[in-house]
Design a protein around this ligand. Structure first.
Ligand code: 3PG
Ligand code: MG
Length: 390
């Protein structure tokens, strides 16, 4: 695999370099609520800019329906990028063709998913878009793939463009892949995985792949209620995927899944709802579980305290609302306190770490990829990485 260092050694002064980054950050209106992915993209951008490249960034934001939608414009992201780089970053339109740029300058192509060819299943359609992207850095351009969070997508700006330009792996992609290989190789034992998030159905593939490899799988978040239902408990109005109860029952036979023993329930999905902490066999009818309780945190912490390797994906509760943040905070703190090689995977869990004011350096690695890191752990080929290796 050719790397950014190889490209820098070749020399990039006044060469156009197209860089795929993942700037898909959470927004509240135009306000970026967590800029972790923008910060993670900086080293590669800075290295190329300082070496005198004309840096053309391409990225997506959200899932627009195949046409321009103002709420998914990358303009707020470009503004934040400008601040962090202390240099202007203007948003350019793909349709305007190659931008006029001086050496070291950085521009950001507007949300590439505004073009339906980006996510097309048709290779020729994606190829036509990739040709247009490659043309932005003609005639002697190069492609740097550094959007780790999107390498699991076979999309024009991630995959097809790498076939059209000399392609190099950026530092973020390299370091993410290196860390995740430690988890799929022979992780030091005990190996504990913490999974949260709302849906079991989204996580089934990774649970199947992980169960034979891990010593303990701790389950919290909305998905724990389907497991609790599989154990025969009533879960009130909590999130429940009834069609997954049978599957959860089978997964529980592994003996490796650790479920909460108590939960924080509320009478409504709201920060000011009435709340109580109850044992999992006493969830009142009509109430919904929005966090794991303190006994569960203690039980999870005990397992994590013995672990030598930990992977965590998905919050334990609705951490955005203060009454339901303690489960996520407690589990995150237990991972920080553990003497383990610890990896946080996923936009949400990484954002939770920062939103809760936890020490980011308390973890061995915080991945910028949610879906990408899960698919890696599932053992799937990541198209955006595979194409760099071919
Ligand atoms: C993400 O946030 O998961 C990545 O940026 C990829 O986005 P996607 O899931 O919409 O493809
Ligand atoms: Mg995703």
């Amino acid at each position: 695999m050719n790397t950014l260092d190889d490209l820098l050694a070749e020399g990039v002064r006044d060469r156009g370099v197209l860089v795929r980054v993942d700037l898909n950050v959470p927004l509240d209106g135009e306000r970026i609520t967590d800029d972790g992915r923008i910060r993670a993209a900086l080293p590669t951008i800075q290295a190329l800019s300082e070496a005198g490249a004309r840096v053309v960034l391409t990225a997506h934001l959200g899932r627009p329906k195949g046409g321009p939608e103002p709420k998914y414009s990358l303009a707020p992201v470009a503004a934040r990028l400008s601040e962090l780089l202390s240099a202007p970053v203007r948003v350019v339109q793909l349709a305007d063709g190659p931008p006029h740029m001086s050496p070291g300058q950085v521009v950001l192509v507007e949300n590439i998913r505004f073009d339906p060819r980006e996510t097309s299943k048709d290779e020729a359609e994606r190829g036509a878009l990739a040709d247009e992207l490659a043309a932005l850095v003609a005639p002697d351009g190069a492609f740097v793939s550094d959007g780790f969070g999107v390498v699991h997508r076979k999309q024009a700006s991630v995959y097809d463009v790498a076939k059209r330009l000399p392609a190099y792996a950026g530092g973020l992609v390299l370091s993410e892949v290196e860390v995740l290989r430690r988890l799929t190789g022979s992780p030091e034992r005990p190996y504990a995985v913490v999974l949260g998030g709302s849906k079991v159905s989204d996580k089934l593939a990774v649970i199947d792949a992980l169960l034979p490899r891990v010593d303990a799988l701790l389950v919290g978040g909305g998905m724990c209620f389907t497991f609790l239902a599989a154990q025969g408990y009533g879960v009130g109005k909590s999130l429940l995927e009834t069609d997954q109860i049978g599957t959860c029952r089978t997964l529980l036979e592994s003996g490796k899944i650790v479920l909460p023993t108590d939960v924080v329930v509320a009478d409504a999905f709201a920060a000011d709802a009435a709340t109580q902490t109850v044992a999992v066999d006493a969830i009142p009818d009509g109430w919904l579980g929005l966090d794991i309780g303190p006994d569960s945190v203690a039980a999870f912490a005990e397992v994590l305290g013995r672990a030598k390797t930990v992977f965590w994906n998905g919050p334990m509760g609705v951490f955005e609302m203060a009454p339901f943040a303690e489960g996520t905070r407690g589990v995150a703190q237990a991972i920080i306190d553990a003497a383990a090689f610890s990896v946080v995977g996923g936009g949400d869990s990484a954002a939770a770490v920062r939103a809760l004011g936890l020490a980011e350096d308390g973890f061995s690695h915080i991945s910028t990829g949610g879906g990408a890191s899960l698919e890696f752990l599932e053992g799937k080929d990541l198209p955006g990485v595979a194409i760099l290796e071919s």
